[in-house]
Design a protein around this ligand. Structure first.
Ligand SMILES: *Cc1c(COP(=O)(O)O)cnc(C)c1O
Length: 418
């Protein structure tokens, strides 16, 4: 369910025609629906209402402070993976007691920042990290609450770049070595073991990998309890997929029922780290057609948004549905590559896509771009990054300005000695 629907011929975001926003802010731009964001968060949160739980939105999917503030107001915490994300989460008003920190490469400085902020817990990914965290906490005269991130070795059946719980993946601690590592953690004076963490991947559209992994982790928790560990938190990660094209992922309620069946008797508070499922279909990228270019071999539609704005098609070969902002009957259907202005052949938003013939000057709306869209954007080819706009009802708000050329060189210096 989302709030990007046609009314008559016009594609709307809630009560606002997308064409109207484009006239006023220019293109390209990211556009989010406040109502969709709210609905998705609440549906997910309520699916777990029967058990003690905490939703920590995985903010790498969409980290604008306005988005985070919305979730904070709905009771969300945050799953952060860097000091920068922690900074954003705190600035958006997310209480530190609802922040968890994952990532294989946390630095001493990031640990210090998170300890000073008194976050809920660190999801520790290696023995080396555990020792450094102990040192940093010791030097600060405090204790770090930790969960160990377990690599359960399950195949999530997703794109290899976003599978994180396979044995050969860089993430987490191999489940066969976990018990040993928990024993080590217990001996460290400035570490307080409070939980177990897992996150097996992203855009997962089946229940089975989640359940398989949870069964393994639940076994580990039972074993830990037998050895006198108080495991208060079970952080099950994120990864629930969405429909980009014809995927049919379980809805949150069905997902929750399957998870709860495995974990209900563990007596842990469940931490959930959904990202994509909350924001993915709550945002779009709006772009303008520049040229209709036909070569002897191909038909290209050149638009003003490129891989620097939305890298998912280039990086993962992802499918994003593309709709005209204004429908028109009687258009011929063409098969085209929708490509951006960036100087790379990998710069495309769609390949061999059958669609009503787009016309130069008109607006195309790249759907399902709310997750890993803006957050993965760059300035490649010295292209200023697009603005982010949020619609609420019949009004819209700029939640990030378009970058200027001046912004592009803001941190560059011309030392006289050079
Ligand atoms: C990326 C990530 C998530 C969110 O994944 P989604 O597929 O967007 O739900 C959750 N937890 C961790 C540790 C992550 O790295």
């Amino acid at each position: 369910m989302h709030h990007f629907q046609y009314r008559g011929d016009h594609l709307m975001c809630e009560e606002v025609p997308i064409e109207r926003i484009a006239e006023e802010v220019g293109t390209p731009f990211y556009l989010y629906s406040h109502a969709t964001l709210t609905h998705h968060f609440q549906v997910f949160d309520q699916a777990f209402a029967d058990i003690p739980h905490l939703v920590c939105f995985a903010m790498k999917a969409n980290s604008n402070v306005a988005t985070l503030k919305l979730f904070a107001d709905l009771g969300s915490g945050a799953d952060v993976v860097s000091g920068g994300e922690l900074y954003r989460a705190l600035r958006a008003g997310i209480p530190p007691s609802r922040i968890v920190f994952a990532g294989v490469g946390k630095t001493r400085e990031e640990m210090g920042f998170a300890l000073k902020s008194d976050i809920l817990m660190f999801n520790v990914e290696s023995p080396q990290e555990l020792r450094l965290l102990n040192d940093v906490a010791g030097a600060m005269g405090t204790k770090a609450r930790v969960a160990l991130r377990i690599n359960p070795d399950v195949d999530p059946n997703t794109h290899p770049y976003i599978a994180t719980g396979l044995k050969k993946s860089k993430f987490g601690i191999d489940i066969s070595l976990a018990m040993e590592e928990y024993r080590v953690a217990k001996e460290l004076q400035h570490i307080e073991v409070v939980g177990v963490h897992q996150h097996i991947g992203s855009q997962i559209t089946e229940i089975a990998p989640f359940v398989d992994s949870l069964v393994k982790v639940a076994g580990l928790i039972a074993e830990l309890r037998d050895h006198g560990f108080a495991i208060t938190y079970l952080d099950v990660g994120g990864g629930l997929g969405i429909t980009y094209k014809d995927e049919n992922p379980p809805v949150p309620r069905v997902f929750a029922e399957a998870m709860i069946a495995v974990i209900k008797d563990l007596g842990c508070t469940i931490v959930l780290e959904p990202g994509r499922v909350i924001v993915g279909n709550a945002g779009v990228l709006v772009t303008k057609v520049l040229y209709d270019k036909r070569t002897p071999a191909k038909h290209f539609i050149v638009v003003d948004a490129g891989m620097n704005d939305l890298i998912r098609p280039s990086l993962y070969g992802s499918f994003h549905s593309i709709l005209p902002a204004r429908q028109e009957t009687g258009r011929e259907t063409v098969v085209v590559d929708v490509v951006g202005p960036v100087c790379e052949s990998g710069d495309f938003l769609a390949k061999d896509r059958s669609m009503p013939a787009p016309k130069p000057g008109e607006l195309l709306v790249v759907m399902s771009a709310g997750a890993y869209g803006y957050t993965m954007s760059s300035n490649y080819n010295s292209r200023p990054r697009p603005p982010e706009i949020m619609v609420k009802g019949d009004r819209y708000f700029t939640i990030r300005e378009r970058e200027s050329y001046e912004d592009l060189i803001r941190n560059e210096r011309l030392p006289e000695e050079l």
